[in-house]
Design a protein. Sequence first.
Lengths: 316, 376
Amino acid sequence: MSETVVRINNLVKRYGDLVALDHFSLEIREGEIFGLLGPNGSGKTTTINCLLSLLSFDKGEIEIFGKKMSPVCYDIKREIGVIMQNVAVFDELTVWENIDYFCGLYIRDKAQRKQYVEEAVRFVGLEDFLKFRPKKLSGGLLRRLNIACGIAHKPKLIILDEPTVAVDPQSRNRILEGIQSLNRNGATVIYTSHYMEEVEQICTRIAIMDKGKKIAEGTKDELKRMIRNTETVTVEMLELPEDVRTELAALPHVYDTAFDGKTLTVSCSGGKHNLIRILGVLQNHELSFGRVYSELPTLNDVFLEITGTALRDKEE
Amino acid sequence: MFLHCLKYELKTSLRARDLIIWLILFPIVLGTLFKVAFGSIYEKNTLFRSIPAAVVETAENPYFRAAADAVSAGNDALFSLTYTDEQTALGLLKNKEISGILYAGDTVSLTVGGSGIQQSILKSFVEQYGISEAVIRKAAEQNPETLPAVTKALSAEITACTRVPLTDGNTDPFIQYFYNLIAMVAIFGSVTGLHIAIDYQANLSLLGARRSCASVPTAVSRTAAILGSWLTQAVCMVICVSYLAFVLKIDFGSRLPQVYLAAVLGGCMGVAMGFFIGSIGKLSQNAKVGIAMTVSMTCCFLSGLMIGNMKAILAEKVPWVNAVNPVAVISDSFYCLNLYSDYRRFTVKIITMLILTAAFTVLGIILSGRKKYASI
């Protein structure tokens, strides 16, 4: 079994009366890309800040690489790379100088540092912008610089706190591919986001957070198995007689139906050929319909079923 | 890693636009304005210049000529004399190119074109000459053997007071504005110091948070940052003093190296003061910048930058304010250099600056030494 890289036990963090982390526990193993998924304000960034010993906490324990984490554990910090939610670089320094500065906070040897900086520049694809100052870079390039500054020293544990916020799709894909590449090269990754598609795409294990609590944890398949829904069939139609709706609800594996005047939504739990059976009922009653979708459950469905609120609703 | 941090601190400081504007361009512009505004006032109204006068010789008078040549020779000549005919002399007087006409013959008389200090001096000279000439003439006629003693006695300066110059420094009263300008630039270093404190606090800046995650102890990187800022500030102070001394030709007396020393130390004190302010409490970045600027400008005001005699008023009413006001301490160190020939008072000011710098730095380090934050 893989070694535990991060262990958070019973963490409690309060801001006055607000409980930001409520007896939060977590274990992250070597080689994982671990996703912390949750809406804004769910406690993801607070968890990361506590993990990095930036924030004091009221109760609980944090261990990284088997050692209790504290602000003066510089040997542990040496092995951690941090990419913050907001870009934190020097406006007065060039791209190369920024990466070299942050790499130099971990790597003493000049020759080795030069090599690491070159590798980081290639990794994020900023070779053509080495002499540029940050203000001359686009948002996507700036994010890439931010990432290069965080990973240039080749850390064993990389923490990315919402690194794709306000990033164009092209840069976002490049960042996600980069994270997977870092993981393939041996780094354990903690990735926080409120974009469930990203988390689904790259994370090997996921913890869903809400109101400072961990509400579910597992691989994406494990999480989806936790809920009743296995398929959602959506049919665009303008008319649905009540008797037809009753017939649909009585079909095997169907546990819920909803019609809003434009769209029929049928939720199914297990079973095969649900779509064929549903369309068969509609055809039998000679009802006309438009586009039809059959979707497997998403992490949003998991969140919705566990909390009763959609992830996207919370973000707004 | 200390040298790595120091190298990048110097790079970021020297490229910071704010620093270039406020610590280099601002004193150059303000200094130039001061020079334009005050320079001519002093030269015209206060600085003594040789009095221009014409001599019209109506008869041969070698004694007067000898006396006139004596007082119009050398760098500190009393008169600037032009020997000419009466017509030309009257023309010069009419055009106000000279202050008076000395008619030298058997007797010496004076014609002036108005009243004023220069005319009074000319009158006094003519009267003094008349008395001396009469005494010498009488002695030569009655007791020629006493003539050398009489001449010697008349040449001797008889006064109950002894003139003891404190220094050979610049006595221009407007020089205080340039002292205060240097002091203000020094205290503007507080903004640099403030940013050191802010940029190393994870709860106040993103860079602070990122640095707090690094494997370099913040004490090391912060010390490098303070040293880097001192060096940058020292460069700015040297540029400022050099511009004033060599481009604007402001006369700082004969002790320019000591002026540089006081300016550089003052700059370091400014940085330390800003670092201390930035390290106090949990205020936001903007609040701390506001406090630092307010404190700096108040110190400048109290040292007389805006009202010239403010420091004198405080010295009379609340003398301790001048003793602890960093700007006043810096500008006073320049006064001490300029006005006193010994270094005693100057040394006291330098020691005061060192003590204040050390106190601000140590207190700042203590206050900002916390490792975790309750909120970010």
